[in-house]
Design a protein around this ligand. Structure first.
Ligand code: AMP
Ligand code: ZN
Length: 466
């Protein structure tokens, strides 16, 4: 069955056909490492993780690049304010970024190139040289190099802008600008005092790259001139991705990207979560409040990536409850399955709708509905003593496959195996209304260092202090 993605370029749902199946080349715009990433940024990375894992579940081999923007206006300003060198400053936030993606169970990309890597800078300079030679780029009086958008007639197509109506006005130095302010954008920024010790020598003078050429160069160097999928948040569409297309296609004369996928924003009370508005949380803030990476992962993943998602603590609480339901279901299945082999007759096929739902532009809410229907049905069978050990084993196997994509399984280290087994037995005792057995098991679990709270979503384990 074909996979479909909504392509921002065509504004249509399209069947997914990579250039060289089963290989899929994916470029994802990564963090600007000038502070801790906020959970809005992680919405983008969690969506990209879901994309990669689903493609892999469907047999594709994904090669993914996620760049680290470690030189731009913001990183330079930050290092100056902190009174340390740019590499020292960005190293801190690179480290925290990797810790955070691990907490969120985001699979590592194949490559994490940093803009200041010498091979990446060399590629940027090579591309700019070519653009200068072909008169697509020019050096302005301030010494900076600009891309002449009039030389790229398709400029504006990704963002669906009509250049004829917009009437380009002048040049833009800054990496980010409004659509109303369209103009030639900076490929290379001539050194000025504010840049301090940051700068690289080039044939046209000392300076530093613009943000857009960084991504074009890293994508081209590592993945080649043509890639299958390019992702980012909707705020990246213009001007960043528009500029990436113009640069790459002018240099290579080949279609740069087949499918453009953009996630909608994470909002807080109707506004985009962002550093500049100050309405943001980092993962660290939430961990300090007692939430786990797994809970945030679920809260971010459970809404389809193209729909805006409003961040609330109630939403996080709901994510926690849903995870408890899944945990409890797994424990019950484990208690019944024991060491049994899967029942081949018992097909989890009816549940395979999970992956089919994801085939449709990663429709995660439909996929999760399949999972929770299965949980409800199975719990009913268990309550009536109608699920065999072989059937439970088959369901556990199905869950394993789903969990390859969702990555929501409770860490085994956090709940020791003997405690998990006892919990499963207690769940069964409670389903059998065998309260005295349930209490005996509770005492046993307590003696192993855990409290149990019975909630409407099942048993909740809480580690005893000390
Ligand atoms: P930045 O570090 O600002 O370049 O952002 C890194 C990634 O996070 C980009 O793909 C952005 O589009 C994305 N992003 C930024 N803010 C949000 C938000 N509030 N919700 C979802 N994605 C976001
Ligand atoms: Zn980028």
């Amino acid at each position: 069955m074909a996979i479909h993605f909504y392509n921002t370029y065509s504004r249509r749902l399209e069947a997914f056909e990579p250039i060289d199946p089963p290989n899929v080349k994916v470029y994802t715009c990564g963090p600007t490492v000038y502070s801790f990433a906020h959970i809005g940024n992680f919405r983008a990375y969690v969506f990209e993780d879901l994309l990669q894992r689903h493609l892999e579940a469907r047999g594709f081999q994904v090669e993914r690049v996620m760049n680290l923007t470690d030189v731009d206006d913001k990183t330079i300003r930050g290092s100056r304010e902190a009174g340390i060198s740019l590499p020292e400053f960005t190293a801190r936030y690179k480290k925290s970024f990797f810790e955070d993606i691990d907490s969120l169970r985001i699979k590592r990309a194949t490559h994490f190139p940093a803009a200041t890597g010498p091979e990446n800078l060399a590629k940027m300079i090579e591309m700019i040289e070519q653009l200068l030679q072909e008169d697509i780029a020019y050096q302005a009086e301030d010494g900076s190099i600009y891309f002449r958008i009039s030389k790229y007639p398709d400029y504006g197509k990704l963002a669906h802008l009509n250049l004829a109506e917009l009437k380009p006005t002048g040049r833009i130095q800054s990496d980010e600008y409004e659509k109303e302010n369209i103009g030639d954008f900076a490929l290379w920024k001539a050194w000025d005092e504010k840049d301090g010790s940051v700068g690289w020598e080039t044939p046209w003078g000392k300076g530093r790259p613009g943000w857009h050429i960084e991504c074009s160069a890293m994508a081209n160097r590592i993945l080649g001139p043509e890639i299958d999928i390019h992702c980012g948040g909707v705020d990246n569409i213009f001007p960043h991705h528009e500029a990436e297309i113009a640069q790459s296609e002018s240099v290579n004369r080949k279609k740069f990207v087949r499918y453009w996928l953009h996630n909608a924003h994470l909002f807080v009370e109707g506004q985009k979560m962002s550093k500049s508005l100050g309405n943001f949380f980092t993962l660290r803030d939430l961990l300090d409040k007692g939430f786990s990476g797994r809970e945030l992962r679920y809260a971010l993943i459970r809404v389809n990536y193209r729909l805006p998602l409003n961040f609330t603590f109630d939403g996080l609480g709901e994510a926690r409850q849903s995870l408890l339901r899944i945990d409890e279901w797994i424990r019950r299945l484990q208690a019944i399955a024991g060491q049994a082999v899967q029942d081949p007759e018992f097909s989890a096929a009816k549940s395979n709708g999970f992956f089919a739902a994801l085939d449709e532009d990663l429709n995660i809410s439909a996929a999760l509905a399949k999972l929770f229907n299965q949980i409800r049905e199975t719990n009913r069978l268990v309550d009536h003593g109608q699920l065999t050990a072989g059937q439970a084993a088959a369901l556990l196997n199905w869950w394993e496959q789903i969990n390859q994509v969702l990555q929501l399984h409770e860490d085994t280290e956090s709940v020791p195996k003997n405690v998990a087994t006892l919990l499963g037995k207690r769940a069964q005792a409670r389903a059998d209304r065998n309260w005295s057995r349930s209490d005996t098991i509770r005492i046993e679990i307590e003696s192993l260092g855990w409290h149990i709270k019975d909630t409407k979503d099942g048993q909740q384990l809480i580690k005893k202090l000390g």
